[in-house]
Ligand binder design. Structure first.
Ligand SMILES: Cc1cc2nc3c(=O)[nH]c(=O)nc-3n(C[C@H](O)[C@H](O)[C@H](O)COP(=O)(O)OP(=O)(O)OC[C@H]3O[C@@H](n4cnc5c(N)ncnc54)[C@H](O)[C@@H]3O)c2cc1C
Length: 311
């Protein structure tokens, strides 16, 4: 293999990609990471539930991670990868300043959250309007929490949040009236139901203040909702990676080691796993790195055997 061929190209320098890159760089593999600089939790000021880093700004974790990769000889390139091609001589990755070739590709490009179309909601996204109780519930404990439903799971979310606050207000919005059984469970746990179309999220001095319905305004201090998830998996789909469908849409399929159906191409983090929070992404990145390194080692052995036979 030519000297300018990287062992591994990682597309996406969030927690998943950087964790994989760090382990591979520490295994003395030649690693290059491309990152467009738009991590999913980039809107949040602080990151929670990550052992040893609770409350750290997400950008600070990634900055530290990039430094650690570089300190072990990895290369980190800022910019978007437009295209990848898999061929017999390796994988060509079109980065911001040209094409590099690698023996293996890890795609860790994350996912995009599509927010409910409600006026004033986007402005509070990642601060007063959040999605994950384990990430942000503690900080909102005892708030008057509004749960704006975007689907039938909104009721489950309201019940879940009852763990963090006694004052939960459930807004069925367009999802419609809860069934009689669901209504009983909500009422039984003291969860108030505010019916009607949600028109806007109102803020007061930068903080969430109320949910505006057609005919009234309901005071809340923070809002949880659910987003529509769009994995950023275009590069994988263009390579023809096999997909599977579940209740949340269509996802590129990976095995337990993160291997896709495309030879030499791996994927990790939110791009293939909606449950992958920061801790899971860090762990999955480390796991996949071991599998990719083992795969490269097997190829190294096969090549040396071939060289021996040719002598
Ligand atoms: C508002 C909010 C708050 C959250 N808070 C928490 C929290 O407190 N704790 C927690 O554990 N989890 C939290 N999460 C979840 C967390 O954001 C994800 O678990 C985590 O970001 C997933 O990591 P990842 O590496 O898979 O993807 P990401 O972090 O999204 O990183 C993907 C990277 O790939 C880059 N990329 C995409 N396409 C390309 C391309 N073509 N070329 C080059 N680069 C590309 C992107 O720019 C991005 O930098 C939160 C999520 C949201 C929405």
């Amino acid at each position: 293999m030519a000297a300018d061929v990287f062992d591994v190209a990682v597309v996406g320098g969030g927690p998943a990609g950087l964790s994989a890159a760090l382990s591979l760089a520490r295994a003395r593999r030649r690693v290059i990471v491309f990152d467009a600089g738009d991590p999913r939790n980039g809107v949040a000021e602080h990151m929670h539930g990550v052992l040893g880093h609770d409350g750290m700004p997400p950008t600070a974790l990634l900055e530290r991670g990039r430094g650690e990769v570089q300190r072990h000889g990895g290369i980190v390139v800022e910019g978007r990868v437009g295209r990848v091609r898999v061929g017999p001589a390796g994988i060509d990755v079109d980065g911001p300043s040209g094409t590099v070739r690698a023996r293996r590709l890890i795609v860790s490009t994350g996912l995009r959250d599509e927010l409910p179309e409600i006026a004033g909601l986007r402005e509070q996204w990642g601060r007063g309007v959040v999605v994950c109780p384990y990430c942000d519930g503690w900080e909102r404990r005892n708030d008057t929490i509004g749960v704006i439903a975007t689907g039938p799971k909104g009721i489950d979310q309201a019940h879940q949040l009852r763990q963090w606050s006694d004052t939960i207000v459930y807004f069925p919005n367009d999802v419609g009236e809860p069934g009689a059984g669901a209504l009983r469970t909500l009422e039984g746990r003291g969860i108030r139901v505010e019916r009607g179309r949600v028109r806007a999220v109102r803020s007061n001095e930068g903080r969430v203040g109320a949910v505006q319905l057609d005919d009234r305004s309901v005071q809340v201090e923070s809002i949880f909702t659910a987003t529509t998830l769009h994995p950023r998996d275009r590069l994988l789909r263009e390579l023809g990676a096999r997909t599977i469908d579940d209740a949340d849409g269509s996802w590129v399929e990976v095995d337990a080691d993160g291997r896709t159906s495309v030879e030499h191409v791996w994927a990790v983090g939110n791009v293939v796993d909606r449950r992958s929070n920061v801790s899971v992404s860090l762990g999955a990145g480390s796991l996949i790195a071991g599998a990719v390194n083992a795969d490269l080692t097997a190829e190294d052995i096969a090549r040396s055997v071939r060289r021996d036979l040719e002598r």
